[in-house]
Design a protein around this ligand. Structure first.
Ligand SMILES: Nc1ncnc2c1ncn2[C@@H]1O[C@H](COP(=O)(O)OP(=O)(O)OP(=O)(O)O)[C@@H](O)[C@H]1O
Ligand SMILES: [Mg+2]
Length: 275
């Protein structure tokens, strides 16, 4: 079981506050969706959890299984079970896709254990096949020359092999054609288990038709302003965000908004049921 707890997190980039006191609690076994207008801080949240050096934590904390991760480098966060499928995966010339994933998996093994390479190759090939990815993919440099959709599938391939306990999928649906969306959706849904907490960042209902969330959070201007159930997805898909901004009195000049309480780790409280 894993729990990621984000407490009153304020984050800046180049002196500008982007996240305004986020609170969020994700247990393994749960699937959360985060939706919100462009530029509202969704990717910032995913990247600061993973430890991107561009962002600065001004205040608040992030805890994985009760332990603060603030001082941990990215690789340690990964070894502890965190994973990010990036909105814009970067190209790494010179490092093959296979070597990259193999190193990531090997570095997570307990001391004294070694990766059984034959078994791993079979797993890699099987996972690539399930994702309907090209056969030469293993030997190509990481993401170099990959199409937008191939990059997204590749993030899921990594996730399937690395087996994280808490995973952010940042717009995993962008760039996917209709068939690829179905394949990715089905693969991620197959990975759902009591050992995996998922945070899906998306703009569209169609992804959430395939990977059904237990909780839905709306982020506006660096804050989670509403959390609830699947009914929120449909409302946003049909009506956008203006109704919520109007309801909450959010205008372009306002920065700080009160937090809602759903999705916050309550000390000693029973785990909230899904919807
Ligand atoms: N280096 C930077 N300097 C100034 N502002 C930045 C910098 N990097 C990011 N930002 C700003 O931070 C804000 C949040 O960006 P973020 O990528 O987290 O948004 P998002 O909610 O993921 O948007 P989208 O839905 O378009 O992916 C944006 O307004 C962006 O312009
Ligand atoms: Mg983003």
């Amino acid at each position: 079981m894993a729990t990621l707890e984000i407490r009153d997190l304020v984050v800046s980039v180049e002196g500008q506050i982007i996240l305004n006191g986020i609170n969020l609690c994700v247990h393994s076994g749960e699937t959360h969706a985060i939706m919100g207008p462009n530029g509202t801080g969704k990717s910032t949240l995913a990247q600061i959890v993973m430890g991107h050096p561009k962002y600065r934590v001004e205040s608040g904390d992030m805890l994985l299984n009760g332990e603060s991760i603030l001082a941990m480098p990215v690789d340690e966060r990964s070894r502890k079970g965190l994973f990010l499928a990036m909105q814009n995966p970067i190209e790494v010339p010179g490092v093959t896709n296979f070597d990259f994933v193999r190193s990531a998996v090997a570095s997570r093994l307990e001391k004294g254990n070694h990766l059984r390479i034959g078994k791993f190759i079979l797993q890699f090939e099987d996972t690539a096949k399930k994702l309907d990815m090209g056969t030469n993919l293993a030997h190509r440099y990481l993401n170099q020359g990959f199409s937008g959709g191939e990059k997204k599938r590749n993030e899921i391939l990594q996730m399937a092999l690395i087996k994280p306990s808490i995973a952010f999928l940042d717009e995993i649906d962008s760039g996917l054609d209709v068939d690829a969306l179905k394949i990715v959706g089905e693969n991620v849904t197959r990975m759902k288990s009591d050992h995996l907490g998922l945070i899906l960042i998306t703009h569209y209902q169609r992804l959430l038709d395939y990977i059904v969330p237990d909780f839905v959070h709306i982020m506006i201007k660096g804050n989670i302003v509403r959390s609830g159930g699947r009914d929120l997805i449909e409302k946003i898909d049909h009506e956008g965000y203006d109704w919520l901004k109007n309801e909450l009195g959010i205008d372009e000049l306002e920065e700080h908004k009160p937090q809602v309480s759903i999705g916050i780790c309550a000390q000693g409280a029973p785990r909230r049921e899904g919807i």
